[in-house]
Design a protein around this ligand. Structure first.
Ligand SMILES: CC(C)(COP(=O)(O)OP(=O)(O)OC[C@H]1O[C@@H](n2cnc3c(N)ncnc32)[C@H](O)[C@@H]1OP(=O)(O)O)[C@@H](O)C(=O)NCCC(=O)NCCS
Length: 192
């Protein structure tokens, strides 16, 4: 099994999943609004969530998944998945317990995973993801992570009769490097 590095941010601890996390995952993912705008099915039992966790533990060598915890709480409140596809192009997917939405937490988690992806994989050239256009919380996370809107695509998902409309966003290595330089410049500025 591959090692998932622990990533600490201001408020969060991201670490690899364990099978014991299934109950926490079920607690947030069984809310029908949480996976509504994703290809995932809402779990009907802890066993369903255990299968999901198992799939993360046994996934392909280029696939990484982190359980999200607040630093001061033990339970898992969400997940970020990062796929390294062919080594040059990556993807990112995420979900968070509803009671924690709109506090900037997923932006914090995704930025940290993008930083990890670009800094620890020198061959990584870009990270692309998409969200249902109606899922403004998700498209906003991508924008706040420095990703740029690319195009609209329509896709047929098993769970909906009609095709869904997706906004595709991406960030390339050059754009990520300039965001790092800007952040470093801001940190160097004397405080007024
Ligand atoms: C999408 C999701 C991960 C966002 O997580 P989050 O921690 O709430 O995200 P953040 O707080 O970092 O940012 C959310 C932003 O969206 C904005 N937002 C949320 N709902 C919005 C809406 N209906 N219209 C406009 N903006 C909206 C928030 O105001 C915030 O922007 P701001 O900081 O500029 O005010 C979370 O809502 C979630 O888990 N949803 C269910 C799973 C999902 O959809 N995953 C993504 C699949 S592509």
């Amino acid at each position: 099994m591959k090692q998932i590095p622990e990533i600490m941010t201001g408020r969060l601890c991201l670490r690899g999943f364990t099978r014991d996390d299934a109950e926490d995952v079920f607690r947030y993912a069984s809310d029908p609004t949480v996976l509504f705008h994703t290809t995932g099915e809402t779990p009907r039992s802890v066993e369903d969530s255990r299968k999901f966790v198992d799939s993360l533990l046994n996934n392909l060598p280029g696939a990484y998944a982190w359980a999200i915890r607040l630093k001061n709480e033990f339970r898992v409140i969400g997940a970020v998945e990062f796929g390294l596809e062919d080594g040059r192009n990556g993807s990112i997917h995420y979900a968070l317990a509803k009671e924690y939405w709109n506090r900037g937490l997923m932006t914090e988690a995704c930025r940290a995973v993008l930083d990890w992806g670009f800094s620890s994989h020198p061959g990584l050239q870009s990270v692309t993801t998409s969200a249902v256009t109606a899922n403004r919380g998700s498209t906003r996370v991508m924008e706040k992570c420095g990703m740029e809107f690319q195009r609209i695509v329509k896709e047929k998902w098993k769970k909906f009769d009609e095709p869904v409309e997706l906004a595709v966003y991406s960030i390339d290595r050059r754009r990520w490097e300039s965001s790092q330089q800007l952040a470093a410049g801001d940190a160097d500025k004397p405080r007024a």
